[in-house]
Ligand binder design. Sequence first.
Ligand code: SF4
Length: 208
Amino acid sequence: MHDEYALLVTAFPHPKCALDFTTPLQLLIATVLSAQTTDKRVNTVTPELFATFPDAASLAAANPETVEGIIRPLGFYHAKAKHLLGLAAALRDRFDGEVPHTMDELVTLPGVGRKTANVVLGNAFHTPGFPVDTHVIRVTGRLRWRTDWNSAHPDPVRIEKEICACFPPEEWTDLSHRLILHGRATCHARRPDCAACPLRDTCPSAMP
Ligand code: SF4
C-alpha cells in the first residue's frame, strides 16, 4: 500500500482541489453543485454565482429562478438551487452566515454528507479530511487497500476509517486527491489503462 502510494506521490506531486474557490462558503457551495457533474463544469458557473450572491444571507434570500438560471448548465438545476437556498438559510440562521469548522456541525447542514464535509475540512480549513468519492472507492478496491474490496456495495464511512487508519492525518486530503486524480487519469471505471499505470507491477487487478 505505502509503496504504491509513493508512486502516486511521484505521479501527482502537488495535488489540489479541482474546484475554484477563495472562501469556505464558496467551496461548500461548489462541492454541493459538483454532484452528478464535473468540477470543470462547476467552475464555469461559480464566478457568476459567487459575484451575484457573495454571502450566505444574500443566497438565502435569492430568487430561486435567478439561481436556477445561473447554474442551469450543471443539470438538475431546480433541485440544486433548492438545496443551495436551504443550505444558505441554515448557515445564516444557525451559524451566523459562517461555515462551521467541524464534521459534527457540517453534517447537520441540509445536503451536506461526510464526503462534502471532508472536502471543506481538508481544503478550506486545512483540517485532516479524507473525502471518499466514486474514484476513491474504485481505486482502493482494485488495489485491495481495503478489506471489503469485492463488496458490491462498499460503505464509504467504513472505507474512510480503514484507509485513514493506515496514513497520518496530515496526508489524508492529498491521499484522497491523488486517488481521485489517478482514477480520472488512468484507473478509469470501464477500461482502466493498466498498461500506462505506474502501479501495474503490484496491483492485483492489473489487466494485461
Ligand atoms: S494497474 Fe490497472 S486496475 Fe490497477 S490501479 Fe493501475 S489502472 Fe487501476
